[in-house]
Design a binder for this molecule. Sequence first.
Ligand code: SF4
Length: 367
Amino acid sequence: MHHSQGPRHGARDYAKTPLNIYWEMTQACALACRHCRAEAMPEPHPNELSHEEGLAFLRQIPDFGEPLPHLILTGGDPLARKDLFEVIDEARRLGIGISITPAATEALTRDVLVKLKEHGVEGLGLSLDGSTAARHDAIRGVPGTFDRTMRALGWAKELEIPTQVNTLVAAQTAGDAPDVYELLKPFDIARWSLFFLISVGRGKVLEPLEPAQGEKLMRWIYDTSLESPFIVATTEAPSYRRVALERKRESGNAEETKRSGVTRGFGIRDGHGIMFVSNTGDICPAGFLPVTAGNVKSDRVIDIYRDSPLFQKLHDPTQFEGRCGVCEYHILCGGSRARAYGATGNPFAEDPFCPYEPAVKIQPVRT
Ligand code: SF4
């Protein structure tokens, strides 16, 4: 097995240990947002991991060794999971750092945020898809979620909980990004990530950006990241790393990319630095790449992550197809495996969103 990328980000080798493990604790959610990846519904799935199965999964995570992966509790709505705080306490006991991405329901109160912080939750993720209630609520298809999200942002700032805001960008919404940025500026958030729509689940209502529009938006993201009070990043758009490097080269300022924070995500992509466990325990490379390599009820996550054929191939960009296989940026980028899968059914195909034609065949760019 060829692992050309080797250790990155200090001691962590993403072929051995993920940076983030996402656990979709439940598909239950009181909302039904139009583009929900989880196709959330009011009730839990009948085969949802039980309390004991959930704890047994958590107890596998220390197998990866130090530094342990960070656990991100997601859903559905993780606040809909009755044993949420017991799960958090067990993860903390095991030494695992935790973030949570609650849905903007009535359950998301200031008291809940206080309690999450008291139980040792280190980070909060909130979704904000538009700069006004009209825009955000129209995209989500659920009235009231903009106001609740803005209230939660205010509480998170007051309680000093490091917060990541995730903003969906699609053809219909990309023009609103500068206004969302202005709206977020006063909130002292840690990170703003623009999530480039992948058409799965209910996402098919919105249209993804055209590649040329995507490049334009990525250049704006990079320029904004240089002056922003918080880190500005992308989700499911790893080719942003190429755009950032091109932009840096144009400016001739070597320090710039470091200051922008963009290098922090270099090398991470679906199944490489990221692992996803579904509400029923299926082990997948990412939430938007629903190909199952095992299940936590019968498999060890460390075995699946390191040794399953699916993950092994995802760890090795020389095995990718089309332009992503021969691109000199493929160690840092490698393309969105989820988008390749969504477009072709093949998670190793080239990322159709990236318009780049590799100029130099296989002269890998390293940071
Ligand atoms: S061709 Fe693939 S690896 Fe190269 S920059 Fe584009 S998405 Fe990334």
